[in-house]
Design a binder for this molecule. Sequence first.
Ligand code: GSH
Length: 215
Amino acid sequence: MAHYTLVMGNKNYSSWSMRPWLVLRHFGIAFSEQLIPLFEPGYDAAIRAVSPSGKVPLLVDGDLQVWDSLAICEYLAERHPGLWPRDPAARAIARSVSAEMHSSFLALRMNFQCNIRRRTPRAPTPEVQADINRIVALWTDCRARFGDDGPYLFGAFSIADAMYAPVCFRFQTWGVQLSGAAGVYMATMLATPALQDLARDAIAEPYRIGKYESD
Ligand SMILES: N[C@@H](CCC(=O)N[C@@H](CS)C(=O)NCC(=O)O)C(=O)O
């Protein structure tokens, strides 16, 4: 049986690490975690010693190293059933929204950093609001078209939800209030056991990254 190790950054701050961690945890796939606290002395050398890209997350499966959050999720989906929606059209859109998350929303990511512990309501800039608007439209559309069989974007929890989990934490941190289907979806996500487990671990972490705490 596969035994995976997920090399990851802080649960509180590392939004990219969070995604495969949630997939592994939600689907009950056995794994160990190796946490490298970001911006602690020597962290970059510690990451480069194990990760070809010099970044986390990294999945180690025996001799194989798989890096980049979405590639890790795809690797897991090839080995474990049910990580993507079964219907081909739903699966195609799930991949589209996951790829969009992976390549877009720079204003949101730069201005509303991932800091699960923090609660600082803040007015979005126009650029951040545009990202929020697109995410709300995307969540609303997925729920309306594909959400009949469960409360997540494609009904049952899938990789697409894991890709958007950091957005739910960012909205919670920075006080983004949503109504309608998008608001219900966000509340469902934050109440999901895997996200609650992650948040609990994040809150207990002793590390603090000054630049994410002070602005
Ligand atoms: N596209 C990559 C992004 C990975 C990434 O930027 N990871 C950050 C932590 S969240 C990192 O390793 N930062 C350390 C550094 O750049 O020194 C992915 O999806 O995994």
